[in-house]
Design a binder for this molecule. Structure first.
Ligand code: GLN
Length: 485
């Protein structure tokens, strides 16, 4: 790991602007740490050196001429779900193993415009389907706290690299928990904004009504900086919110006096003791900062996992129909006819979990089953959204566990349904399109524990404010995996 990368964007950025460090120094330091992180298998593709040098050069020039912004010259890794022009984008699938996009995702181009330097693409679960990062065509990612354990998924590579201290921040995407869950399991901060806040243009689609881009960092304040640059209306995404850019750093220092924090006792009873204890301690810490807490209930949230695992596969089965071996992506050798081309290209190109989702989703949408499964799941989704609406009449934010258990061992959850259960606390907010944040809140069995903050639509600034205040009075986010110190 790198001491420098652990300092975070704010600290590195001010040293760059003060001329104490050059962009080339910072980038070289991060690249060295990325190489040290190799045993984690967290990177799929490294950007090539000339491309990195060119970005670094432009950033240095901006700084030298006094035009440097808060992100200029700072390195990052993108989850390999974001299209990057001229840089291979695989979505961790054999289907796209050789795909080099001709364009940048909006999130990528916005961060590049802000002066950030892309060092490569992070490993993930294939097409973002998974909660352990074991579904990647490029092999599993390992948790830097214990290499026999999973980092969480699907954005496992991004979370592991930030936890390791190879990059100060990394992008991710969250459909049902893919930012919050790996952030918790790796001991870093991760935020998924409100659905529609960050553009989905160029982010390879999994379940379009749920997919949302977000960011990982050691510090909530760093996440606020990056989120401010990456969010905002994008005419290229019809579901992108129409309001203009927001400065998520503006409210970081706001005191928490009077903040009403909702606790869901039922969730705490259904999580490991070590996690429940950490969430309880977080509640006390927030109360010491002036917040008050009260118990609340989300009566329909227990149905969330079942509804999600109908809706997300249904949308995925439709989105993934585009990978047919014709226009781009994997194509089988010597097809006998068109049917054979489709069938073999898709059979060879997709992994087991992706195929399972396509089968389940197609089935749930088929005539005769649509009403029983898809429509019903949509109704459950509405009920869950209603639960949140009611609760946010009583409280400003919810404080909850992120996962029912700490990082589990690689291979431990061979049964897909037991893996799906790890999303029990993250999926409800996803179904309601709400913003969610995971912050380091303690340790259990020597492994990191996350606490989740969920707020009403467009309350990202509030969530980041609460996390930042908590981080002023805790040091869980500053700890580093021992094996790498
Ligand atoms: N674990 C969930 C799934 O497998 C969520 C993934 C995600 O948020 N991309 O679908």
């Amino acid at each position: 790991m790198s001491e420098l990368m652990r300092c975070g964007l704010h600290a590195i950025g001010s040293r760059l602007r003060a001329g104490e460090l050059s962009v080339a120094d910072v980038v070289a330091d991060s690249r060295r740490a990325l190489h040290k992180a190799q045993p984690l298998n967290a990177v799929i593709t490294e950007a090539d050196e000339t491309a990195i040098d060119a970005q670094a050069h432009i950033a240095q020039q901006a700084i030298t001429e006094g035009r440097g912004g808060p992100l200029t010259g700072l390195p990052l890794i993108h989850k390999d779900i974001f299209s990057t022009r001229g840089l291979r984008t695989t979505c961790a699938s054999r289907m796209l193993a050789d795909y080099v996009p001709p364009f940048d995702a909006t999130v990528v181009s916005r961060l590049a415009q802000a002066g950030m330097v892309t060092l490569g693409k992070a490993n993930m679960d294939e097409f973002a389907m998974g909660s352990s990062n074991e579904n990647s065509f490029f092999g599993p990612v390992r948790n830097p706290w214990d290499q026999q354990r999973v980092p969480g998924g699907s954005s496992g590579g991004s979370a592991a690299l930030v936890a390791f201290g190879a990059v100060p921040v990394a992008t991710g995407s969250d459909t049902g928990g893919s930012i919050r869950q790996p952030a918790a399991l790796c001991g870093v901060t991760g935020i998924k904004p409100t659905y529609g806040r960050a553009s989905r243009h160029g982010m390879i689609a999994f379940a379009s009504s749920l997919d949302q881009a977000g960011v990982f960092g050691r510090y909530a304040a760093d996440c606020a900086l990056v989120l401010s640059a990456m969010c905002g209306h994008d005419p290229l995404d019809s579901t992108s919110d129409a309001s203009g850019p927001v400065d998520y750093t503006a409210e970081l220092e706001k005191p928490l006096t009077g903040l009403r924090v909702g606790i869901i006792p039922h969730w705490l009873e259904n999580t490991e003791t070590g996690i429940a204890t950490a969430v309880e301690a977080t509640r006390e810490a927030l109360e010491a900062l002036g917040a008050q807490s009260l118990p609340v209930d989300l009566p329909n949230a227990d149905l969330a996992v079942a509804a999600y695992y109908v809706l997300a596969p249904a949308e995925a089965s439709s989105n993934l129909a585009r990978f047919d071996g014709v226009r781009y992506g994997h194509r089988c050798a010597a097809p006998a006819d068109l049917d054979d081309l489709y069938r073999r290209s898709r059979s060879e190109g997709f992994g087991e979990e992706v195929k399972r989702r396509i089968l389940v989703g197609t089935w749930a949408l088929s005539s005769g089953y649509y009403d029983a499964y898809y429509r019903r799941a949509q109704k459950v989704r509405r009920l869950i959204a209603g639960d949140f609406d009611r609760v946010f009449g009583q409280v400003d934010v919810l404080l909850a566990p992120v996962t029912p258990e700490v990082a589990f061992k690689l291979g431990e959850k061979a049964d897909p349904v037991s893996l799906y259960q790890s999303d029990v606390f993250t999926i409800p907010a996803s179904l309601a399109g709400l913003p969610g944040l995971s912050m380091p809140a303690g340790f259990s069995q020597g492994l990191p524990v996350g606490a989740q903050l969920i707020g009403p639509h467009f309350s990202e600034a509030r969530l980041l404010n609460v996390a930042h205040q908590f981080q002023q009075h805790s040091d869980f986010h500053l700890r580093t995996p021992e094996a790498f110190t």
